[in-house]
Design a protein around this ligand. Structure first.
Ligand SMILES: NC(=O)c1ccc[n+]([C@@H]2O[C@H](COP(=O)([O-])OP(=O)(O)OC[C@H]3O[C@@H](n4cnc5c(N)ncnc54)[C@H](OP(=O)(O)O)[C@@H]3O)[C@@H](O)[C@H]2O)c1
Length: 255
């Protein structure tokens, strides 16, 4: 059992937003557990660096630098990476942004940018990869990185909260539709994690206090704190888990 529960040897994984932060930690974690990994984000230099680290572990890595909010490009990007890796078993939809604004000030442009990458691109990535998984006929795993803010409100984040709550429910719809193909679809919903994404916010002592206010453990997360949840949902250990949102929130939503 020890050898099989978390064995991902030879599996092929795609990770979006894999150049830095949580996505890079997930990509490296999947490689450590045995996966070949395809990486997507816009910044080529960060993808090259991450791919080099994965190859140094003896795994295959491929990458494509692209803006994933250009939804019409997604199927081609996915097909290119899958050809290089020789198939696909796991998709981690991690790419995301946040543009904090008071609701009275939110612009249509900012709303669209957040929802386009966090929700729309994640759905169409799942569609592109899901179609291949269905055709391959060997099942698969799709893991969406959402947020505690998919379940609880946070000020100045109307679009962000909407995108993450939306992706939590899309996760369940896909789980329903694709269960007959043994494609298991789940989400991982972190609390505040220290990355470039939160660096400026957490540099403000008031915000830092707020970020710890409902955190029962009084510790801000690190990218690697999210990795274990993703490995679990990608692995045989989660063979009976689908349509689930796994909170990695230090108890934020418990009270
Ligand atoms: N950090 C937190 O506190 C926290 C908490 C809960 C949930 N999350 C979620 O976790 C995910 C990762 O967050 P993070 O903190 O690791 O963020 P990050 O450090 O800012 O990294 C975001 C990644 O997404 C990529 N990305 C952004 N927009 C993209 C686009 N249009 N096309 C392709 N790639 C794009 C970025 O690469 P490029 O800029 O090179 O494209 C980067 O690789 C996000 O979905 C976020 O909402 C984060």
């Amino acid at each position: 059992m020890k050898e099989t529960l978390f064995n991902l040897q030879g599996k092929k994984a795609l990770v979006t937003g894999a150049g830095r932060g949580i996505g890079k930690a997930i990509a490296l974690g999947l490689a450590e557990f045995g996966c070949d990994v395809g990486l997507l984000a816009r910044t080529q230099a960060e993808l090259e660096q991450a791919a080099g680290e994965i190859r140094a572990m003896g795994r295959r890595a491929a990458f494509a630098a692209a803006d994933l909010s250009r939804v019409s490009d997604l199927a081609g990007l996915v097909d290119g990476l899958i050809q290089q890796l020789g198939g696909v078993d796991i998709l981690v939809n991690n790419a995301g942004i946040n543009i904090p604004q008071e609701s009275a000030q939110v612009t249509e442009e900012a709303w669209d940018r957040v929802v386009d990458i966090n929700l729309k691109a994640a759905f169409f990535m799942a569609q592109a990869v899901g179609r291949v998984m269905i055709a391959q006929g060997r099942g698969g795993r799709i893991i969406n990185i959402t947020s505690q803010t998919g379940q609880v409100a946070l000020i100045k984040r109307a679009a962000y909260c909407a995108s993450k709550a939306g992706l939590n429910l899309v996760t369940k719809v896909l789980a329903l539709e694709w269960a007959p193909h043994n494609i298991l679809v789940n989400a991982v919903a972190p609390t505040f994690i220290e990355t470039d994404f939160t660096r400026d916010m957490l540099a403000d002592p008031k915000f830092r206090d707020y970020a710890l206010a409902k955190n029962l453990l009084k510790i801000l997360g690190k990218p690697q704190d999210v990795v274990g949840a993703v490995i679990y949902l990608a692995a045989p250990a989660a063979n009976l888990v689908t349509g689930h949102v796994l909170l990695v929130d230090a108890g934020w939503t418990a009270h």
